[in-house]
Design a protein around this ligand. Sequence first.
Ligand SMILES: [Mn+2]
Length: 355
Amino acid sequence: MQPHSRSRQVERLLAAFKDARRPAILLHDNPDPDAIGSGLGLAKLLQARLQLCAPLVHGGVVSRAENRSLVEELHIDLCSAARFDWSAADAVALLDCQAASGNHSLPPGLIPVVVLDHHPLAGEVHADTLADIRPDYGATCTILTEYLEDAQVHVDERLATALFYGIKTDTQDLGRQASGIDALAYLRLFVAADKRALARIQNPRLPRAYFRAVHDALERVEIYGEAAVARLGDMVMPEATGETADLIVRLEGMRWSLAIGRYLDRLLFSLRTTEVETDAGAVAHQLVAQELVGRHGRAGGHWRLAGGAIDTSAMAPAAISAIEDRLISAFLTIVEAPAAGASLMAFSAEPAPVP
Ligand SMILES: [Mn+2]
């Protein structure tokens, strides 16, 4: 984009809040560092240019230890969407997700004035919403970094740390889904970031329950040719599917991983692939589409990572179990994996050959 059109883009964003007195920034449910960092970025922009104070609101929980550590280390205030007074909010921005993507707690009928996201277009955008959706970007934090720069708003150490960590985690240090623009933002933010805080955020102390969950997850991994599948059952934290899928796709010889588990009234799944040319998001959409007759659910993601959720409220455990069976077998068919698997932990380790 040309410099003048970029500064015009900032003015368009600010114009969406010009009559606002009580704006709010809604992050997606169970917000990750990219949602939290970009939320902090937008709050700073609104505060610096319009003297508006916009709270960060989200549904679900922040339970992944690194994400909790980010919130605590940088003293970030987050409000629960369930307790938030939506009737007082007069301008809501939606970050790192879209109205049609379903993974947020926007009250029905409330139209966001702004949507900033880097996921592929998920459906119709309301005519009254200013949508800046850039699927070629690796992180929403990169979009906010550009806005702050174009608006000539100073990015202090705390904000640089949050934005950097958002780009770092969403792109796996630029190794996944990153563009040259992400790389530029990542490098410049790193210079300004608090490196000691970053070190503490990335290596938080972990509760004993975490190790128990990892142990249980690994015992549930089945290998089907080049696909690893973990059926996690009831989970204590919603991020467990993503963490497990990330871990098991790294097993030697794997091209795909799927982790599936239950959290509250939802069946959650995460998909990963090592295939550069494959669109994991398309696979996730296919999986959810097959299960959606008469039910609520969603799928999202692109390139090498994706996920989805299916509403299982009021369903008997046996019916949920049957959905899991069908999702797994549909997944194995789509990725052309054999239908019979073997437990990851059941193999007997061969002694390493003596050189
Ligand atoms: Mn993101």
